[in-house]
Design a protein around this ligand. Structure first.
Ligand SMILES: C[S@@+](CC[C@H](N)C(=O)[O-])C[C@H]1O[C@@H](n2cnc3c(N)ncnc32)[C@H](O)[C@@H]1O
Length: 275
């Protein structure tokens, strides 16, 4: 396990728009309930997918918003689908991926869709009560604008990477910082499989994208890590990586050990509410 960050004095707050409709203590108070659910996860090795920090935040948003529909784009092995089913069992679930070869957990209640989010007809869905969850590593700024066109309001962007040239998608965190983006080979490969989108186009450093996000978002807030390791997965200090304060700095209960072990896999995750 990597050493944890306990002195938070050098941590800079990330960009934010508006306020979340819940408090940090609401989140900390929910950790034990989440730990009990996480202990029952069907996939123990979810490398390449979400681990506890991201699943906790996704779970907390699901529990708080209680959406009647959840659209999950980027399913991979299916751990996220399991979480949705176990948190909002009444919700309609749409699972989108363009490669099902890694799927391990398949829901009996979800609808599985094999073409891109942009190609679907979402007319029959109550947009106000839908949560869109993106972990498909497509350009998040493009996804945001598309969600607005469709009329969706509530969105989670997983893997909200920072700084420029880290991660394999153009993130809202990069857009808000105005740093632009150069597509990686990985992104070019995935983007080439979805025709008619602009996911593989390089983005020059600019302030226009940040302005546009501020125009359309009522809320943009990064959701907190549970723990932060002393050194990031890129072997840099977190003082250069604006990050929301972690919910915990020491392992006060045995059920939090797994959160500390998986702390290095936190790569930011943001909730957006569109106007
Ligand atoms: C990082 S994985 C998702 C991890 C998953 N959310 C989890 O936590 O286990 C990214 C997934 O996005 C999928 N993907 C790539 N392009 C996509 C697209 N345009 N629409 C939906 N999924 C896509 C890949 O096939 C891959 O399964």
């Amino acid at each position: 396990m990597k050493e944890l960050l306990t002195d938070l004095s050098a941590l800079q707050a990330p960009e934010a728009i508006g306020a979340l409709p819940w408090s940090r203590s609401d989140m900390s108070d929910a950790l034990d309930e989440f730990a009990a659910l996480y202990a029952r996860r069907p996939i123990l090795d979810n490398m390449g997918g979400m681990t506890s920090a991201h699943l906790f935040n996704f779970w907390f948003v699901l529990k708080s918003l209680k959406p009647s529909t959840v659209i999950e784009s980027g399913v991979f092995q299916g751990q996220g689908t399991w979480l949705i089913e176990n948190t909002v069992p009444e919700a309609n679930i749409f699972c989108i991926d363009i490669d099902w070869s890694n799927l391990k957990y398949k829901s009996e209640h979800a609808q599985y869709v094999s073409s891109d989010f942009s190609k679907q007809n979402w007319n029959q869905i109550d947009k106000e009560k839908t949560l869109c969850f993106f972990d498909d590593h497509m350009n998040a700024f493009e996804r945001l604008l598309l969600c607005r066109e469709f009329g969706f309001k509530h969105i989670i962007f997983e893997d909200n990477y920072y700084p420029a040239r880290q991660g394999d998608l153009y993130t809202l965190k990069q857009a808000l910082a105005g740093v632009g983006y150069v597509p990686t080979r990985n992104l070019r490969y995935w983007a080439s499989r979805v025709k008619g989108t602009r996911h593989d186009v390089p983005v020059k450093a600019n302030l226009a994208d940040a302005r546009r996000i501020r125009e359309v978002a009522e809320i943009y807030q990064e959701l907190p890590p549970i723990f932060i390791p002393k050194v990031s997965r890129w072997n840099t200090s977190y003082s250069d990586l604006p990050t929301t304060q972690p919910l915990l700095t020491n392992i006060s209960k045995p059920c939090y050990e797994v959160f500390a072990e998986e702390a290095e896999w936190y790569t930011w995750i943001a909730y957006v509410q569109l106007n």
